[in-house]
Design a binder for this molecule. Structure first.
Ligand SMILES: NC(=O)c1ccc[n+]([C@@H]2O[C@H](COP(=O)([O-])OP(=O)(O)OC[C@H]3O[C@@H](n4cnc5c(N)ncnc54)[C@H](OP(=O)(O)O)[C@@H]3O)[C@@H](O)[C@H]2O)c1
Length: 202
């Protein structure tokens, strides 16, 4: 997810630092992406970015946030899915959500849940016929959410604001539905959700 998102944003002229537990290798990889890409540790990438994307397995989310260091004031996009082993359902839900846990760990960050309800391979092809795939974003900081909304539009998404961070309790299960359909029900990964409406978009 991190690589796919970073590469698309690079193509539209954002500067990206890819963070890795292996900063030497990621720097080599980043150099192959062009002059606006760089690589470093998680802490270096977090310090570099105005917006930080958390794109690690759920089991590593807490330690990755700790490794990222001071996130105070940063916009933190969480695209993780707290999926049980063997795609066996969500590990967190109903009365909380993965992103609410993350917001507790990432002290002072403006945390936004986004981009988690479809597969990474679709990020570079979000048009399905005449329709754009929807992404459902939520968060408590309105300015941060509007920036993430624009980043989603830059990717090519139809961005749906579903309200406060607490509403990730609704969107995280939607991601699990995507995983269930793609992998367990045999529909494959070339699928996406779309919110239909008769209202003209603003
Ligand atoms: N793949 C998708 O289609 C997709 C779609 C939507 C949401 N998501 C969610 O987004 C998050 C990232 O997904 P992904 O598919 O990009 O994950 P991934 O390829 O399994 O892991 C992404 C990176 O996380 C880092 N990492 C940190 N701790 C790790 C550990 N203990 N084991 C393995 N890797 C570790 C690794 O980077 P370094 O080694 O460079 O540090 C790795 O390359 C997950 O929570 C996933 O559920 C994935």
């Amino acid at each position: 997810m991190g690589r796919a998102l970073g590469q698309i944003w690079l193509n539209i002229n954002h500067e990206i630092m890819f963070g890795s537990r292996d900063p030497v290798n990621v720097l080599k990889l980043a150099k192959s992406f062009g002059p606006k890409a760089s690589g470093g540790t998680y802490a270096e990438a977090a310090e570099f970015g105005d917006v930080v994307v958390l794109a690690v397995p759920w089991s590593s989310a807490k330690e990755s946030i700790e490794a990222a260091g001071d996130l105070n004031g940063k916009i933190l996009i969480d695209c993780t899915n707290a999926v049980a082993p063997h795609l066996g359902g969500l590990l967190v839900g109903h009365t909380t959500s993965a992103v609410e846990e993350i917001a507790n760990w990432a002290e002072g960050a403006k945390v936004i849940k986004a981009f988690h309800t479809l597969g990474s391979e679709s990020l570079s092809k979000l048009e399905f016929g005449t329709q754009k795939a929807s992404t459902f974003i939520c968060g408590d900081d309105l300015e941060a959410k509007s920036i993430v909304k624009q980043l989603g539009i830059d990717l090519g998404f139809d961005v749906i604001d579903v309200g406060t961070l607490k509403n990730a309790r609704l969107t995280e299960p939607l991601a699990m539905l995507w995983i269930e359909l793609a992998y367990n029900q045999g529909m494959g990964t070339d699928i996406a959700f779309k919110l239909l409406t008769r209202r003209k978009s603003k």
